[in-house]
Design a protein around this ligand. Structure first.
Ligand SMILES: NC(=O)c1ccc[n+]([C@@H]2O[C@H](COP(=O)([O-])OP(=O)(O)OC[C@H]3O[C@@H](n4cnc5c(N)ncnc54)[C@H](O)[C@@H]3O)[C@@H](O)[C@H]2O)c1
Length: 278
């Protein structure tokens, strides 16, 4: 369980959900951890985002594993803020070996009546945020000739979906950015790979407005009411996967031994990729 001993892992969107799971997984295996989260709601996003209390709780959980943790309120769309956090982490912890560009938002809206602010939020958080994460950590990784970068796209980064043009476009963009960065960094001991999750059991999917899309006939639908509908999204009959299932693949791609896996896309999506990709 100490395969990341001596490593430093940076996880964006670390207040809760998948980001918290990844942070704890690295800490359990010996890594010190840097986490950031915007800790602020967005008028363009229909559900509450992570909070400062949740970010502090992730830091507490990492430290409870005996590891160091830097936790900072930073929006990944803020390039200066990301550069400053990376500089602080390199100063206090010596380096960043691993970066997981995980922060993101889910937004809804069809092309005919899409508010610009919602498009801008999706691109800023889901695509610019990933670019900023990679660009901020790359110089130090190049200097040290070592890095493992994992980006989080989505099953919707490989297919279209009605009523989600901004989310779909941003997540396809993550795969393009991942492949381009993998080539840019290929001569520097740095790998860059993407994961495309299916529906993962986090606050991003456990929200009333989304439940209502599945069961508009019900006043106050619950998970029990919508889980059979969620299950039809996947090929395997499962409504949602656990964040730890994504963490397992993050750890695999972040391992030192995964040195010659780069520019690839790994689905953790209960079989959706079997339907949509070669
Ligand atoms: N949950 C799913 O079903 C699912 C499916 C496919 C892909 N994903 C992707 O997985 C990633 C993690 O999502 P999750 O399921 O843990 O959701 P989540 O909403 O539980 O957690 C996301 C975290 O990211 C933070 N965040 C959002 N925008 C940010 C920004 N610009 N800067 C800093 N922090 C920001 C939020 O505050 C929140 O704490 C996202 O990129 C998401 O798009 C999720």
């Amino acid at each position: 369980m100490d395969d990341f001993q001596g490593r430093v892992a940076f996880v964006t969107g670390g207040a809760r959900g998948q980001g918290r799971s990844h942070a704890i997984a690295f800490a359990e295996r010996g890594a010190d951890v840097v986490i950031c989260d915007r800790c602020e709601d967005s008028p363009a996003v229909a559900y509450p985002l992570g909070t400062e209390d949740e970010l502090a709780e992730t830091k507490r959980l990492v430290e409870a594993k005996g590891r160091k943790c830097i936790a900072a309120k930073v929006n990944t769309a803020d390039r200066d803020g990301m550069n400053a956090l990376v500089a602080r982490a390199e100063d206090e912890l010596g380096k960043i070996d691993i970066a997981v560009a995980n922060a993101g938002v889910s937004v809804m809206g069809g092309v005919a009546d899409h508010p610009s602010a919602v498009w801008d939020e999706a691109i800023a958080s889901n695509l610019t945020g990933v670019f900023n994460t990679i660009s901020a950590v790359a110089p130090g990784m190049i200097k040290r000739n070592y890095g493992r970068i994992v980006t989080i796209s989505s099953m919707l980064g490989r297919q279209g979906s009605p009523g989600q043009i901004a989310y779909v476009a941003s997540k396809w963009g993550v795969i393009g950015a991942t492949k381009a960065a993998a080539l840019d960094l290929a001569y520097h001991g740095i790998t860059v790979n993407a994961i495309t999750p299916g529906s993962i059991s986090t606050p991003m999917i456990h929200r009333k407005d989304l439940y209502k899309i599945f069961r508009p006939d019900l006043e106050d639908p619950t998970w029990d009411d919508v889980s059979s509908g969620f299950a039809t999204i996947h090929a395997q009959p499962v409504a949602a996967l656990e964040p730890e299932e994504v963490s397992r693949v993050v750890l695999f791609l972040a391992a030192e031994a995964s040195a010659h896996l780069t520019g690839i896309v790994v689905p953790v999506d209960a079989g959706v990729a079997a339907k949509v990709t070669a």
